[in-house]
Design a protein around this ligand. Structure first.
Ligand code: ATP
Ligand code: MG
Ligand code: MG
Length: 568
């Protein structure tokens, strides 16, 4: 296996194993099913599932479904699909909603212990009482309600007696705390909304900070890994774990045992790491959703989207995204990764793993005058220049070919080493041709006539004759017409979230981020399976579109060019 990773989280884990604090490590990936996963989530997936594999411990997939108004089963299915596609498998599939009864019983316990109260302040009042970073908050006038009154009101909240927003259950911690998260945070709110798993059973829903730590503890999670913005929430995480003390109160989670859900109570430790940020893109689900809803992209899986579905459709491979996660590493340092790092990862993977093919995306006809009209040959090409195990394929060759229009120039600039009138170029795998005539329609070149030097063909004495340029081609008679989608970065500016010119991210879309062209493919490319990654020689890496490519109707998406054309 590759070099052992040794970031600060893995160091903590190794210490915890060495000291005997934990015998096994248990992690989880906890997405909220309110959108599609993006490449930032891939970092978290690779970390949590990666640790599971490296330390032979379980890693759960837990849907953090405590906010039903924004959640949807469509996302639940896509998230599972994405994780498996990335190459990982969860030990157990859980939902925070599996634990609703435990959250409720735990809240009753907090009330009985004098650690939670029902508050009638509305949202604006709560904000006014909360104070600021520099000013302490003030106690709610409802803070001193008796345990009996709190129990009564909370049970009536649960029974659905009060309208949305009328009351909250708040933890009773410290309105004077320097950490605003500890100023009597809400742990339950009233929401008469249908839930995808629990239906209309619950008119109250727990808040993230309260539900997350309890869920971790119930699943036996040892290390709860999350992004840096939760650092300030850790004291609340620990407060809930300590106050509720699930380990000492099995009656709180008795319902799970009865339901047959494996339950091993842990005292989880939250550890924060920095988010993945990449320039030339946006990564908040809200903004991605807006791009979809406003029709600025074709959908969640538009190949320009940073969603895993989009990247997959674009031709990014699971290995390339795992490589990115490894390259970026894990730390507490916030950083912005250059888009070219991501592109470099997919180039590296595809250079090693994508078979080579020939395709022409801006065709110009070439006629080889010294071949018979019906001349036809089958040439044998290696599928990979550096790896014989890829084998070979047959490539048909005939008198009329398509070449790339930009590989011919009538009046070339200095240093142009491709085809010019009277000049020679090597046709990849064939031999050397010389341009003897040009047919034009007005100013436009429509046909180039050449002769093929028979002495330059494979096995002939002139086969190794030095010539500056080599160009690719496709036999016109055998070519398969194809739809080719040329993608580029979705945004034309490095930081669409904070544009220097003050434009909104909507206005920063790169107008050249997609171009559909008709091209020609050699037969072996046209016959590819959907999702097959190929290198089209000299053009870039392409993938057969997972939705639209089919037999007789080839559709290819450009994943990335062969070289970084954005480098300044
Ligand atoms: P967004 O802010 O895009 O809506 P989120 O954090 O609300 O994302 P969740 O579904 O809650 O989305 O995320 C699941 C897990 O993925 C969380 O543990 C979260 O910290 C992690 N995660 C989300 N975005 C990133 C990122 N950019 N880099 C690393 N981890 C991330
Ligand atoms: Mg979240
Ligand atoms: Mg979010």
């Amino acid at each position: 296996s590759p070099v052992e990773k040794n970031d600060f989280i893995r160091q903590i884990i190794r210490e915890d194993l060495a000291s005997g604090k934990h015998a096994t490590i248990h992690t989880r990936f906890p997405p909220e099913p309110n959108g599609y996963l993006h490449i930032g989530h891939a970092k978290s997936i690779c970390l949590n599932f990666g640790i599971g594999l490296e330390f032979a411990g379980p890693c759960n997939l837990r849907f953090d479904d405590t906010n039903p108004s924004k959640e949807d089963l469509e996302y639940v299915a896509a998230i599972q699909d994405d994780i498996r596609w990335l190459g990982f498998e969860w030990s157990e599939l859980r939902h925070a909603s599996d634990y609703f009864e435990v959250f409720y019983r735990s809240a009753l316990k907090l009330i009985r212990d004098g650690k939670a109260f029902v508050c009638d302040l509305d949202a604006d009042q709560v904000r006014a009482y909360r104070g600021t970073l520099t000013e302490p908050g003030r106690n709610s006038p409802f803070r001193e309600r008796s345990v009996e009154e709190n129990l009564d009101l909370f049970q009536r909240m649960r029974a659905g007696e009060f309208p949305d927003g009328a009351r909250t259950l708040r933890a009773k911690i410290d309105m004077g705390s320097g950490n605003i998260n500890l100023r009597d945070p809400a742990i339950y709110r009233i929401r008469h909304v249908h839930h995808q798993n629990t239906g209309d059973a619950w008119p109250i829903y727990p808040m993230y900070d309260y539900a997350h730590c309890i869920s971790d503890a119930l699943e036996g999670i040892t290390h709860s890994l999350c992004t840096l913005e939760f650092e300030d929430h850790r004291p609340l995480y620990d407060w809930c774990i300590d106050q509720i003390d699930l380990g000492g109160h099995p009656e709180l989670w008795q319902p799970l045992v009865e339901a047959g859900l494996k339950t091993t109570i842990s005292k989880p430790r939250q550890i924060e790491f920095s988010r993945l940020n990449i320039n030339y893109t946006v990564m908040s689900k809200r903004k991605l959703m807006a791009l979809v809803n406003e029709g600025l992209v074709a959908g969640w899986d538009d190949p320009r989207m940073p969603t895993l579905q989009g990247l997959r459709r674009r031709g990014y491979t699971p290995a390339s995204l795992r490589l990115l996660a490894d390259r970026v590493g894990i730390s507490k340092q916030n950083s912005l990764i250059d888009f070219s790092i991501l592109e470099g990862c997919v180039r590296e993977d595809l250079d090693a793993n994508a078979p080579r093919r020939m395709a022409v995306i801006d065709p110009l006809k070439v006629v080889i005058d010294n071949l018979e009209p019906h001349h036809e040959e089958t040439l044998t090409f290696a599928n990979h220049p550096k790896n014989e195990t890829f084998g070979t394929r047959s490539v048909p060759f005939s008198r009329e070919l398509w070449i790339e229009r930009e590989d011919f120039m009538e009046t070339p600039p200095k240093g142009f080493h491709r085809l010019v009138p009277g000049g020679e170029v090597r046709l990849r795998g064939v031999g050397i041709v010389k341009c003897v005539d040009v047919v034009k329609d007005g100013e436009t070149v429509i046909e180039v006539h050449c002769t093929l030097d028979p002495e330059s063909r494979a096995g002939m004495p002139g086969a190794d004759r030095k010539i500056k340029g080599t160009i690719h081609w496709v036999s016109a008679r055998h070519a398969a017409p194809a739809e080719i989608r040329l993608y580029d970065r979705l945004f034309g500016v490095a930081d669409p979230d904070n544009d220097e010119g003050g434009r909104d991210y909507h206005e920063c879309i790169n107008p050249d981020s997609v171009r559909h062209v008709r091209g020609y493919l050699e037969p072996a490319a046209a016959g590819a399976d959907a999702e097959q990654n190929l290198q089209f020689e000299r053009l870039g890496y392409f993938v057969a579109d997972r939705r639209d490519h089919r037999d007789g109707h080839p559709v290819f998406n450009r994943t990335v060019t062969l070289r970084d054309s954005w480098a300044k």
